[in-house]
Design a protein. Structure first.
Length: 481
């Protein structure tokens, strides 16, 4: 009898304790700031599509969590994982080398063999750096290459299925492929310059490539400008000996000068065409053509070009959300920490090991290529927040935080909240894909306290101004603390 009463009392006590704990667990949307709830309503975005994590950097408990443990597609905010892992693993002074070898003796400035260019994945091998490489060779007295220009890009071997465009817009710059010898982010800028007197429009390219032909079939018309892209058609033909890009359609005179950036060449063809163009500009000659291959045994290194340090590289990655640069960094992690050649699988293994070493267990984490340009990428808002807290408490905090766009000032946040009190007081990385919009970063509140803020939205209506309005409402709320 007494035993039965004890059981009933224990059961009642357990029920009370369970109810108390259940009441203490945040429910999705419960406690959500009113302004955020209103913006969700205006955009017709369900609360279950939202994840939020907010915590003071000096605090031990979150200020606000909403669906914080749900694995979401973070879009380009995934670059924060890649860039901080690289900064911490490789060190802020890490640089990439681009090397040049000759396979035969040099007599009177003539290379009696091939010239081999070997890349190690420099994410910022822009034309200015390639020009420095060419000038360096000319300063060493080289003026003619009897053999071929050999491209050695074996430092990376990205899986083909993960190095393809994300969508049907295969020539857009955000779809550029990673490569160990990547010039100008694999992109070409086409500049359209109206010539009123001649009644035509000229097309110039940057950089210039000896193996790129531009066929101009544009009609110069006197019509309202409207949407330029709807009037112009671009066709690309890639061949073994070069690439031909043809432009057709109407170009209204009132449109003035205009430019587009497109990926129209394979990485190997682009580095060869750009190198050959610059080599010819300096008076150099090449008797042979291009081929791929490793640096042969016995080749002599004649030049080494060093990149900018990674502390500067990650600024370009995060400020402007450069996808192919993030891929280059991710593949570099794989090559440096898991062995050459760098692959996306090795990049994932390197990040996983780094997280474990930091005591950060992210079981839901899915990284395909390190850039966030993926339909499969996943991380929770809480774990993204934990990563940001770890970065803030790291000796590398200044380098990392300064790589994020400043609200209302620069990068992808330049035009957001630029007329509010938050402008200049938050570093926020953005991310946008179809059905996914995200922000993650740091806010300095009116009180002077610093907060980590993560907002993920995964929904078919989570795009454009609707998503931005929800995210901005969270940032403004945090700023008010």
């Amino acid at each position: 009898m007494r035993f039965g009463i004890t059981l009933r009392r224990a059961g009642s006590l357990a029920l009370v304790l369970w109810l108390g704990l259940a009441a203490a667990v945040p429910v999705a949307g419960q406690g959500l700031p009113g302004a955020v709830t209103r913006e969700l309503g205006k955009g017709k975005i369900p609360r279950k599509a939202l994840s939020v994590f907010v915590q003071e950097t000096a605090g031990h408990r979150p200020l606000l969590t909403v669906n914080a443990d749900v694995a979401r597609n973070p879009a380009s905010t995934m670059k924060l994982v890649t860039t901080f892992a690289a900064l911490d693993s490789l060190g802020p002074a890490y640089t990439w080398d681009t090397e040049v070898y000759v396979t035969g003796p040099v007599r009177n400035g003539v290379v009696q063999g091939d010239l081999v260019i070997r890349g190690h994945g420099d994410p910022f091998l822009v034309p200015e750096f390639l020009w420095r490489l060419v000038r360096g060779l000319r300063e060493k007295g080289l003026r003619r290459i009897r053999g071929d220009v050999v491209i050695d890009n074996g430092y990376f071997r990205p899986e083909p299925e993960l190095n393809r465009p994300l969508d049907a817009k295969v020539y857009r710059a955000y779809n550029a492929s990673a490569d160990a010898l990547l010039v100008n982010f694999q992109s070409v800028r086409f500049r359209f310059v109206p010539d009123e007197a001649g009644g035509r429009v000229r097309i110039a390219t940057f950089p210039e490539f000896t193996n790129l032909e531009v066929v101009n079939r544009l009609r110069f018309v006197h019509k309202p400008c409207g949407n330029r892209l709807s009037r112009i058609r671009m066709q690309v033909e890639r061949r073994s000996d070069g690439t031909t890009v043809t432009f057709k359609g109407d170009y209204p005179a009132k449109c003035g000068e205009w430019s587009i950036v497109r990926v129209v060449m394979e990485p190997q063809a682009a580095i060869y065409g750009a190198f050959r163009s610059l080599w010819a500009e300096t008076g150099g000659e090449i008797d042979g053509g291009m081929r791929l291959g490793p640096v042969p045994a016995g080749a002599e290194r004649v030049l080494e070009l060093e990149s900018r340090p990674i502390a500067e590289i990650v600024r370009s990655v995060n400020k402007f959300s450069n996808n192919v640069m993030a891929r280059q960094v991710f593949l570099t992690l794989g090559a440096e920490l898991q062995g050459v050649p760098g692959t996306y699988a090795k990049g994932r293994a390197a990040v996983d090991q780094w997280l474990r070493d930091k005591g950060l267990l992210f079981p839901e984490l899915v990284m395909e290529n390190g850039s966030g340009l993926s339909r499969k990428a996943r991380i929770s808002a809480r774990n993204m927040g934990r990563l940001l807290l770890t970065a803030y408490r790291s000796p590398l905090m200044p380098e990392f935080v300064s790589s994020l766009p400043i609200v209302g000032v620069d990068g992808t946040m330049r035009k957001r909240m630029n007329e509010t009190s938050v402008a200049g007081r938050a570093h926020i990385k953005t991310g946008t894909l179809r059905d996914a919009s995200a922000i993650a970063g740091y806010v300095k509140a009116r009180s002077g306290k610093d907060y980590v803020v993560v907002v993920f939205l995964n929904h078919k209506r989570a795009r454009g101004y609707r998503a931005r309005a929800v995210q901005d409402a969270v940032v403004r709320w945090v700023y008010g603390h």
